[in-house]
Design a protein around this ligand. Structure first.
Ligand SMILES: NC(=O)c1ccc[n+]([C@@H]2O[C@H](COP(=O)([O-])OP(=O)(O)OC[C@H]3O[C@@H](n4cnc5c(N)ncnc54)[C@H](OP(=O)(O)O)[C@@H]3O)[C@@H](O)[C@H]2O)c1
Length: 322
């Protein structure tokens, strides 16, 4: 089987397509024939050694896949060869075959294709647990979403609407904002031309902020957050990690709330499974419309990652294997 390997930490130039022996599942694991793998910003970090998970090279990047089960370990009772599934991985998805613990695998609903499924769990799962479990977003509240045309941002727009919030989308330029609008955003802010703080204040301030960007987006959030508001620290795509001043948190009675979605895999698997199950129900009911803007064959993983890093993508990018 073929896999893209990161052979030394650094740039995408250290990625190479290699032939590897087919892996075998352990007792509580399954082996999956991968049809597609979703790309994430975290893939660009893990190959540089800048992500919280730091595997030793050589390793394959890729944190979410969809495909068909080829074999199951002796202790796996709920899955069978031939099942169509998605799986969440620490890494390893840029590969034609993967081994995953059965606990990280979810069956696909009828009608969900592999490309859609591969780009689904990380972005929707992150936004769902962030907005429900962590920020307790309420119907009627104002939700400000930064990076609203990107992978996680766009799902926060959709889920915010499903939860009854008024969604204010912020992104860099009309193309990304058009996508956010098509996915339900009520108000659009092009931060390259408009002041986020002024626009959001004119709209009544933000009760919840979903921030996968950090840097100046986070600073603007602190300036337009409402009394008892919640700022979700989702990521730092800008490269700048915010240092929130406690005096502003105090006088505004607001909270900065962190979220590390992948950790629910081992810290609270039932919560993660329930969240994904709710999301797949919404998908089956037509309430979510996943946006995969581009697909690339496995051997073009480097081109796909470069496209993501150049901030040109909207929604998700997905690698295809078969
Ligand atoms: N906490 C968690 O559990 C969790 C889970 C998933 C993802 N994340 C994090 O969320 C962030 C976004 O991930 P993603 O997969 O959605 O990425 P993405 O699709 O590339 O979206 C990132 C967005 O950030 C904005 N951005 C601002 N400055 C940027 C810069 N210097 N470089 C790149 N993008 C920049 C871009 O929007 P504009 O061009 O409109 O500014 C872009 O659309 C990452 O930091 C990721 O690690 C965290």
């Amino acid at each position: 089987m073929r896999a893209i390997l990161c052979k030394t930490l650094g740039t995408v130039d250290a990625l190479a397509l290699e032939d590897l022996p087919s892996p075998s599942p352990g007792p509580d694991q399954v082996k999956i024939a991968v049809h597609a793998c979703g790309l994430n910003f975290a893939d660009t970090l893990i190959i540089q050694g800048k992500y919280q998970t730091k595997p030793e090279p050589p390793f394959s990047p890729g944190m979410e896949i969809a495909g068909e089960i080829m074999a199951c370990g002796a202790e796996v009772a709920t899955l069978r060869p031939g099942d169509r599934v998605m799986a969440v991985l620490s890494y390893g998805g840029f590969s034609e075959e993967v081994i995953a613990p059965a606990s990280a695998v979810v069956a696909l609903p009828a009608g969900m294709d592999f490309v859609t499924a591969a780009g689904f769990p990380v972005a929707y799962g992150t936004s769902h647990l962030a907005l429900t479990h962590r920020a307790r977003l309420q119907a009627g509240e104002n939700l400000l979403v930064h990076g609203a045309g990107g992978g996680v941002g766009l799902t926060a727009v959709e889920i915010g609407k499903q939860l009854g919030a008024t969604v204010i989308a912020s992104a860099g330029g009309p193309d990304k904002l058009d996508v956010a609008a098509a996915h339900g955003a009520d108000h659009l802010i092009d931060y390259t031309r408009e002041d986020i703080r002024e626009r959001v204040k004119d709209l009544g301030g933000a009760d919840v902020v979903y921030d996968p960007v950090g840097g100046s987006a986070f600073d603007a959030s602190l300036r337009c957050i409402n009394w008892e508001g919640r700022i979700l620290a989702i990521g730092f795509a800008s490269g700048k990690i915010p240092q929130p001043p406690a005096n502003i948190l105090l006088v505004k009675n607001c909270a900065v709330i962190g979220l590390y979605w992948g950790a629910y895999l081992w810290r609270n698997p039932p919560l993660m499974h329930q969240s994904l199950s709710d999301l797949l129900d919404w998908y089956a009911q037509g309430r979510l419309r996943p946006h995969v803007s581009r697909t690339y064959p496995l051997e073009q993983a480097k081109t796909a990652l470069e496209y993501l890093m150049a901030r040109r993508s909207t929604g998700k990018l997905v690698l295809t294997m078969r």
